[in-house]
Write a new protein. Structure first.
Length: 359
């Protein structure tokens, strides 16, 4: 049995801001996290979600412009009130394709995929800081060995990780310049492997399988190492890694059969005991170099873990807030947090949020 872990790509249905507001802009929320965070929400002109933030504050996500048939990837730079949509190679306005960013580095370089509506072909794309796309799927090693390649992360040195379908299964690779290196799978029957994050020291994490289970793994110097899971777990995955080598993700608990948010550090797997643990699935999505972790709790709310304690992020919002934070997907070293929120008016409308610490 393989547990399907979410990577926090929940589709947005709408936003709360007035319909006459500027499309693609951001509006400060009416309430702020008192003495802790300022809360910023997406505007009604753009049904959007945020699922990553870079060290310099660039936010990546996707959204639907009014009248558009599908969502498109975008970047929101610090201080900007409008998102910059990411075009596809040969289709800058995405008239017959859609883009999906998955990672961003300190230089504003973004990686992800682009999919053509007509052919269904998925391409591995890197966008530079100006938003210019390059199809890295055209690199000979990728073009000849992988179908539907996906770029999942890029570090500050420009090293990229991703995966694609090979003859044997989902196979991971690393790109440095034009050099593509295939990442090893696990011994003892390993078939699939997907790297999902990479730090500035070149350590990448993700998951791989063998004949018995799926397990969180680390790649370093082109060698693979199991990170483990909770006792008895037959499925664990790592979604993020900081520059100290600490990784976070989820592990299926053998007692309650729910996914628990976990920290992989120093050869140990620590259950973060986030709100709702054992009630529903939970996972840790991001960790910064200070060891602060964010994710989604088993109670369906976003959480933050710091100083050995997990807290529902909604407890840091003042009473009467118009939203509930349901998933935190990214955090940088400044403590800025991004994720998805839902309206408290019963409409079910969701949109992206950013929390910035109050000085």
């Amino acid at each position: 049995m393989k547990v399907s872990f979410s990577r926090a790509r929940m589709r947005s249905l709408g936003v709360l801001a007035p319909a006459a507001a500027l499309a693609g802009a951001l509006l400060p929320a009416s309430a702020h996290a008192a003495a802790q965070y300022n809360l910023t929400l997406t505007n009604s002109g753009l049904a959007a979600e945020f699922f990553g933030i870079g060290s310099t504050g660039d936010v990546i996500g996707d959204g639907i412009e009014p009248g558009a048939a599908t969502s498109q990837g975008f970047v929101l730079t610090p201080g900007s009130t409008r998102v910059a949509f990411l075009g596809s190679p040969g289709d800058p306005n995405n008239t017959h394709s859609f883009s999906s960013p998955e990672g961003v580095n300190s230089g504003g370089d973004v990686v992800g995929t682009s999919t053509d509506f007509n052919t269904g072909i998925q391409s591995a794309i890197e966008w530079d800081a100006n938003g210019t796309p390059t199809n890295l799927g055209n690199l000979p090693t990728i073009a000849n060995n992988y179908a539907n390649p996906d770029l999942t992360a890029i570090n500050d040195n420009g090293v990229i990780v991703g995966f694609g379908r090979s003859l044997h299964g989902d196979t991971g690779f690393e790109i440095s310049g034009t050099q593509v290196t295939q990442l090893p799978v696990l011994p003892a029957g390993g078939v699939d492997a997907e790297p999902l994050a990479i730090n500035n020291n070149g350590v990448s994490v993700g998951w791989a399988d063998n004949s018995q289970k799926t397990v969180a793994v680390q790649w370093k110097n082109n060698a693979i190492k199991q990170l483990g899971g909770l006792p008895g777990s037959f499925d664990s995955q790592a979604f993020a890694v900081n520059n100290k080598g600490q990784a976070v993700g989820g592990s299926l608990d053998a007692t309650d059969f729910d996914v628990h948010a976990v920290l992989f550090s120093g050869g140990k797997v620590t259950d973060l005991d986030v709100p709702g643990t054992g009630v529903g699935d939970a996972q840790a999505n991001a960790i910064n170099d200070n060891g602060v972790i964010v994710g989604e709790g088993g109670n369906g709310d976003a959480f933050i873990y710091q100083n050995g304690q997990a807290t529902d992020l909604n407890q840091l919002l003042p009473p009467g807030s118009a939203v509930t934070l349901i998933d935190a997907t990214g955090i940088n070293n400044s403590g800025d947090i991004v994720g998805t929120a839902v309206s408290n008016d019963g409409s079910g409308q969701t949109y992206g949020f950013e929390l910035t610490p109050v000085s």
